[in-house]
Design a protein around this ligand. Sequence first.
Ligand SMILES: Nc1ncnc2c1ncn2[C@@H]1O[C@H](COP(=O)(O)OP(=O)(O)O)[C@@H](O)[C@H]1O
Ligand SMILES: [Mg+2]
Length: 422
Amino acid sequence: MASATASKRKGFFSPDVCDDFMAFLGDENELDMARQIAAKRAWPAEAVRDGGMHEALGVMKGGATARVVLVDVTGSEDPIADVERLSASVGQGASVIVIGKTNDVSFFHDLIEVGAADYLVKPINAQKLEKAIDLASQTGRATGRGRQRTGRLTVVLGVRGGVGATTIATNIAWIMAHQFSQKTALLDLDLHFGTTTLSLDLEPGNGLREALASPHRLDELFVASAIVKENDNLSVLGTEEPVEEAVNFSGDASLELVKQLRGNHSQVVVDLPRALMALQKPLLAAADSIVLVSDQTLAGIRDINRALHAIADLAGETAVIKVAARVGADRKAQVAKKDFERGIGCEIDYVVPEDAKTLTICANAGKAIPAVSAKCQAAVVCGELAHRVSGYREATPKRKGLFGLGGGSAKPVKSKAAKGKK
Ligand SMILES: Nc1ncnc2c1ncn2[C@@H]1O[C@H](COP(=O)(O)OP(=O)(O)O)[C@@H](O)[C@H]1O
Ligand SMILES: [Mg+2]
């Protein structure tokens, strides 16, 4: 719960941010009301700012967050897309209250759907505003309908070893955090040999093994101890446990950890070793998307089919996405794409080409693929996959020109690979 005392800290790109409350309002009257409410609660003056959605996105996308964010969408070209971006930027722990002129119930529903906690139609009165702020402060993560918001869960599973699954998990998480400005957690469940931290040049964390060993004790602080921050938006959970020690954790333990992560991240990406597939069925069942990664070989056909069979009973609303990775002329024992697709009985959704040159630079520098070569095909395909699984919608083109999307273009580029050409 929020402390009564106001807390201030530096945002990544922004001046001081108040952890409890931030308002971005264009109307003098509403600014006055918000200032009075803030003053009553001893929130600092810079918590209430002249502006609107543009300013809110500018301040909050740098990883800053506040418990309650109040924003006027009057000047916004596409308020629904903008509120969705803002909600994703501030993370699941914050509530976004929207103010606007549109008095339309379907508009209200759309706003709630994309993550708003409440919507107030102008003209606003002070009591209503105060009540909405108090309710949002108290309910914390609950949205206007009292529903617990949860981040999207993507589980990446390499059906064979060395096919590039960890590379894909790491890079889609990096893209969600850096290019989509979404609060993202990357959980590496290979506790002995996981390479997500290594590939991002991070020290492995200390608390992951303990967190998985004590699911009943998990709380925000405990989970935070297992997190290593790659930047303000990207939390990485990975460890290098001694190879001589067996480490077992149950499906319920990882599920509980993921549940906690989904509480304050918009996206959770799990790199799941194939050996854990049977034990981690609850996690697979909870996923919004399962990404099956294989090389384009006969063995890959066999193992994709076995993985598809194993998860056939879970699918339901889960999207199962098939990726052929490390595909290229210099890779041995590959089969033609059409033969591979015939073998698995469906189309490949994405093809990640073999790109030894870029991946070698990435490995040696501890960098993500788009940070080394934003335009290479592997980066483009990872970007498309990140779009698909995150459900991220970019801002209207006009807005994008004004204040950009941190870390490079977030526009999906239709690649030959995704269209199935080779
Ligand atoms: N598209 C690619 N092109 C070239 N090398 C790749 C590609 N994807 C991954 N690699 C390399 O292949 C090795 C195995 O990749 P990794 O992602 O760890 O596979 P997995 O998790 O499936 O075992 C790593 O050295 C990685 O750098
Ligand atoms: Mg791996």
